[in-house]
Design a protein around this ligand. Structure first.
Ligand SMILES: Nc1ncnc2c1ncn2[C@@H]1O[C@H](COP(=O)(O)OP(=O)(O)OP(=O)(O)O)[C@@H](O)[C@H]1O
Ligand code: SF4
Length: 296
């Protein structure tokens, strides 16, 4: 599935990482392909910036992020990003359209994913060359039923939703099925009392989903602890008595996990363990389950 938005900074990459973690923690084999060639952020978000991609006969081997063993099965998460091929962290890609298109084609055809239940593709904002190339290649090379579709991310305000409407029109024009719309940054979770306030308004995502007759997958609030987790890999720490969506997160922190039955194997990234202590985890888990049900 493809995570898209017409607007930058709405949280596509963060949502891609969290959906990928939710899916792998529930026993699926997941690949994450970062085709944001001008600003690849997956290596940073998964805390695997120093990893190197290995060239094997027949293609590139993606970077393993983590493996989980649970009653639901063995979940694996692997990632491929241009970021691994750039020499330094700050290096930027200044290629023109045809070179970008060629690289995306190569990413889609030359990565040896192995067994995989879901491939999540994180795209740059807009409806640029990358998107058209990606849509064309995906639709041309996929077997019937293999392209699940696009998850479109928006924020609640009107401006974001206007840009995101263009993205939905793009999906209609290029015949990419839309799995659903996610409204991110929907309200702010206060770090003191966990009260959620709708600072950017409310409901733009739901209205847009209704207008395009596509499913609305859910609202994700702003949680400063989530920024810490994503940007620095730091464990979320909620004050005593923090109840979010009916779950006591301060208690979860004391016990070291939020009650999930799955165990992270020794080689697993700490990120997966920390992720389970974040208030947004139950929301992402529900959205991931709904996506699995909808795409099969
Ligand atoms: N629900 C949320 N709560 C708190 N912070 C968030 C949330 N969603 C995203 N962020 C933060 O917002 C910033 C932008 O998010 P992200 O990089 O995922 O957006 P993007 O749409 O992928 O951006 P780009 O258009 O640059 O690719 C990041 O610092 C991220 O940690
Ligand atoms: S939500 Fe409550 S605790 Fe949080 S900043 Fe506002 S008044 Fe203070």
């Amino acid at each position: 599935m493809n995570v898209l938005s017409g607007k930058g900074g709405v949280g596509k990459s963060s949502i891609t990482t969290q959906l990928a973690l939710s899916l792998s923690l529930s026993g699926h084999s997941v690949g994450v392909l970062d085709v944001d060639l001008t600003g690849p952020s997956m290596p940073r978000m998964f805390n695997i910036e120093d990893a190197k991609v290995t060239q094997a006969p027949g293609g590139w081997l993606p970077v393993p992020v983590h493996t989980t063993n649970s009653d639901k099965g063995v979940g694996q998460l692997r990632c491929m990003s241009l970021g691994f091929l750039l020499r330094g962290r700050g290096d930027a890609v200044v290629w023109r359209g045809p070179k970008k298109t060629a690289m995306i084609r190569q990413f889609l055809s030359d990565v040896l994913w192995g067994e995989m239940d879901y491939l999540l593709i994180d795209t740059p904002p807009g409806t640029s060359d990358e998107h058209i190339s990606l849509a064309e290649t995906l639709l041309k090379e996929a077997r019937p039923g293999q392209v699940a579709g696009a998850v479109v991310v928006t924020t609640p305000q009107a401006v974001a939703t206007a840009d995101v409407r263009k993205e939905l029109n793009f999906c209609v024009k290029t015949s990419i099925p839309v799995i659903g719309v996610i409204e991110n940054m929907a309200g702010f979770v206060c770090p003191n009392c966990a009260e959620c306030t709708d600072i950017f308004g409310k409901g733009g995502g739901q209205v847009m989903a209704n207008d395009f007759n596509v499913p609305f997958l859910g609202r994700i609030p702003i949680d400063p602890q989530f920024v810490m987790l994503i940007e620095t890999g730091q464990t979320p720490e909620y004050p005593q008595g923090t109840i979010i969506n009916g779950q006591d997160f301060s208690k979860a922190l004391q016990s070291g996990s939020s009650g999930s039955t799955s165990e992270v194997t020794k080689d697993a990234s700490l990120l997966a363990e920390k992720y389970r202590d974040c208030s947004l985890e139950p929301i992402f888990r529900k959205i991931a389950q709904d996506i699995v049900t909808s795409v099969g």
